[in-house]
Design a protein around this ligand. Structure first.
Ligand code: AMP
Length: 320
């Protein structure tokens, strides 16, 4: 199967080729023709399967006809987190290079003013987290009656995060005749109930879980003591003893643990940044950027370029 066989417009196909993709992923091959023929789609797929392009590519094609009106977005994409919403926006930037579409991002932690101005001018694609979307709606600056296509992405995460009442409210505000694309990695009964309520005669598209681990990743179980300080000590040893370690991501199961571990790593001289949902958007983006570029400031606050450095008392940084 090639991208040319899916029915995407020339402009979209050129952007896909420029992105370096040669073949559609299974979710793209299965979903795109149905989206283009205006069917509702229930997609059971998780992140990593290429599902974002499975809806952004046909949306770009569909949006080529018609134009946006002030305050009335033509399409709406709901995402559970600001980061996912920002990633979807990046997809529109990448695949929409040959289009002149207006895309707006409505996420918390960013000022209302710029977002309002964009909506007032008219947007083709509105990407939003549920709470911020409803805030805008309640301020009377946004009309959802022009939405032709609604995407509900990561529905099971929306459920975990308590967003379902917001989603149900939003769905009542968009036209009944809209096209709906609904994606979820899993289908617990509550999500199935929503899919039944929101979708009209949907095509069900299901893809296997994305390869659970890349073949280049080695998984290991490391024994450590029960106490948190013992775990932190083990972690420090792991980092220090690893050969060729450029950077690392450490997951914790609570925001409080992230804060404690972050402070501890910094205290021990590691260049570490924290990332969790209570941080403001600017700090979250800065943390992600510093990780991507490898320019995480060391604990001493100096940018010496080395990820694992210790700085003390005016002496030059030394490799740990
Ligand atoms: P997603 O599941 O949407 O988060 O996408 C996972 C990753 O796959 C992203 O980094 C995309 O850039 C990439 N991707 C999406 N579609 C394709 C494709 N057809 N071929 C190769 N990579 C792709």
């Amino acid at each position: 199967m090639s991208f040319a066989e899916l029915g995407l417009s020339d402009k979209v196909q050129q952007a896909v080729a420029a992105a370096g993709y040669t073949e559609p992923t299974p979710i793209q091959a299965q979903a795109i023709p149905h989206v283009l023929s205006r069917r509702d789609v229930l997609g059971i797929a998780q992140t990593g399967t290429g599902k974002t392009a499975a809806f952004t590519l046909p949306m770009l094609t569909l949006l080529e006809s018609g134009r946006a009106r002030a305050r009335m977005p033509r399409t709406l994409i709901l995402e559970p987190t600001r980061e996912l919403a920002a990633q979807v926006e990046e997809n529109f930037d990448r695949y929409g290079i040959n289009h002149r579409l207006s895309v707006a991002l409505l996420i918390g932690g960013v000022s209302f003013g710029d977002q309002d101005a964009k909506i007032t001018r008219g947007v083709d694609v509105l990407i939003a987290t549920p709470g911020r979307l409803l805030d805008h709606f309640e301020r009377g600056k946004l009309l959802l009656t022009g939405v032709e296509l609604l995407v509900i992405d990561e529905a099971d995460r929306m459920l975990d995060m308590g967003f379902i009442p917001d989603i149900e409210r939003i769905v009542k505000l968009v036209p009944f005749t809209r096209q709906t694309l609904f994606f979820s990695a899993t289908m617990p009964p509550e999500i199935q109930r929503l899919a039944d309520a929101f979708l009209h005669n949907p095509v069900k598209v299901e893809v296997a879980r994305a390869a659970s681990t890349a073949s280049t990743i080695t998984q290991r179980l490391v024994a450590t003591g029960r106490e948190d300080y013992e775990k932190r000590e083990t972690l420090r040893e792991l980092i220090r003893n690893a050969t060729d370690l450029q950077n690392a991501i450490v997951f914790c199961n609570r925001k409080r643990d992230v804060a404690v571990l972050h402070r501890s790593l910094q205290k021990h001289g590691f260049a570490a940044a924290a990332l969790h949902g209570d941080m403001d958007q600017h700090a979250r983006m800065a943390a992600l950027d510093s990780f991507r570029t490898g320019e995480m400031p060391p604990a001493c606050g100096q940018r010496c370029g080395s990820p694992w450095t210790r700085y003390s008392g005016g002496q030059p940084c030394v490799q740990l």
